[in-house]
Design a protein around this ligand. Structure first.
Ligand code: AMP
Length: 397
């Protein structure tokens, strides 16, 4: 897929509507932004536009306000935060469409930014009716003359600001979006081998399609997290009180068969850190491949950590999605952080996607040592599954 990048765009004198992903995490009590990575990652595209004589009209969603105003998720917060990162003049419009927003857009000068209010305050943004989404997109489009999509994390959604807005104006992929797509394309089409995928997280069910796809592409898959227990149980191994998706046992069985058929290495944990209950204060111990009655698996064990780390370090391409254990609780975080460390030490291309694994890499201070930390959770998975993302398809040359 060859999407249209910004190299063909001269921003001079243009009012450019940029769909960014400013859906930043906030403290539930204070409402303060707790991590501004998503705003930081939009800066290269903003600089490109503003430093080359354009002005920027920023649109984004934040949270899930379900088509109604909700002051907790106002874009005013991101506009205020942006003003601490850029010296450019920044205006905020408390409407995303209409005369007030239009007036602010009309008066916008080169090098200035207008942040529009959360587009998910408008039910039309996510409407199932294309005609409603188109009308809404037209109301946004009249404020600018060019569109840039830099919100990879939303490209799997057929929403007005992603698809219909791109239909209304000359549309380009922003620098971040282009980078995301280029790197995922590279590892899917021309990965350097050995190519290893590390897949963890709670459920097999949410990762069946991606696992099936990866089995055809990679040399080795390393499984961790609670999903490992569904795989182990499908092969009649004891899993004690561990989280198991019983309705997916036969699917799990088939996935292992598929890996064997394709001669793809499919590794399950050979030991586990188990706990007497789902709590930070529980009694813990390390056990072998099977989990005794009365205990639940919470993290991969030390032998598994060693083996997985070695396989990662010897790889030329590694893709990681999903934690190896209940990493939010300190006693069960070692497996996940060890994977982050191994990834930071490998010499080839390392790609991390999915909220929890990204968080682990950041907490471990390893972000700079990873080739690419993806901003898309669901979008990254869907891309790897081989799905055509609506927001990417619309930018296809
Ligand atoms: P996912 O969204 O599917 O990537 O799953 C992430 C969640 O899986 C995290 O909140 C982890 O705490 C959880 N998880 C990982 N390992 C386990 C485990 N052994 N038991 C229960 N939950 C787990």
């Amino acid at each position: 897929m060859a999407i249209k990048g910004m190299d063909a765009l001269d921003p001079r004198g243009k009012k450019i509507i940029i769909r960014v992903d400013f859906n930043v995490p906030m403290d539930k009590q204070t409402g303060k932004i707790t991590d501004d990575t998503r705003i930081q990652k939009a800066l290269p595209t903003l600089h490109y536009v503003l430093d080359n004589g354009g002005s920027a009209i920023l649109i984004s969603h934040m949270g899930r306000p379900k088509g109604q105003r909700d002051s907790f998720v106002t874009m005013q917060k991101t506009a205020d935060h942006l003003s601490t990162l850029l010296s450019n003049k920044i205006y905020f419009s408390e409407d995303a469409i209409g005369p007030k927003a239009g007036e602010l857009a009309k008066n916008l000068k080169s090098g200035e930014i207008l942040v529009l209010e959360n587009i998910r305050f408008y039910p039309e943004e996510t409407s199932k009716e294309k005609s409603e989404r188109t009308k809404f997109a037209q109301a946004i489009a009249i404020m600018g003359d060019t569109y840039i999509d830099d919100a990879f994390g939303s490209c799997h959604r057929a929403h007005a600001s992603i698809v219909e807005l791109a239909e209304q104006l000359p549309a380009y992929a922003g620098l971040l979006l282009k980078k995301e797509v280029d790197i995922l394309e590279r590892i899917l089409k021309k990965p350097e081998k050995p190519f290893v995928a590390v897949i963890g997280g709670a459920k097999v069910s949410s990762k069946i399609t991606v696992l099936e796809k990866l089995i055809e592409k990679v040399d080795t898959i390393l499984i961790g997290g609670a999903m490992a227990y569904t795989f182990l149980k499908s092969r009649a191994l004891e899993t004690g009180n561990s989280m198991v998706e019983t309705e997916y046992l036969s699917k799990a069985f088939q996935i292992i068969d598929k890996a064997n058929f394709h001669k793809t290495g499919f590794f399950l944990p050979e030991d586990h850190l188990v706990a007497s209950e789902f709590s930070e204060k529980a009694k813990t111990k390390t056990v072998g491949k099977e989990i005794p009655t009365g205990w639940m698996g919470m993290d991969i064990g030390p032998k598994t950590i060693d083996r997985y780390s070695k396989i990662i370090k010897d790889a030329k391409t590694v893709l990681w999605n999903g934690p190896m254990g209940v990493f939010e609780m300190q006693p069960y975080s070692k497996g996940t952080y060890s994977i982050a460390k191994a990834m930071s030490k490998m010499k080839g291309t390392s790609v991390v996607g999915g909220g929890d694994s990204v968080l682990a890499v950041k907490n471990a201070g390893m972000e700079d040592k990873i080739t690419h930390v993806s901003t898309g959770g669901g979008a990254t998975l869907e891309y790897l599954e081989g799905k055509i993302l609506p927001g990417i398809a619309i930018l296809d040359k």
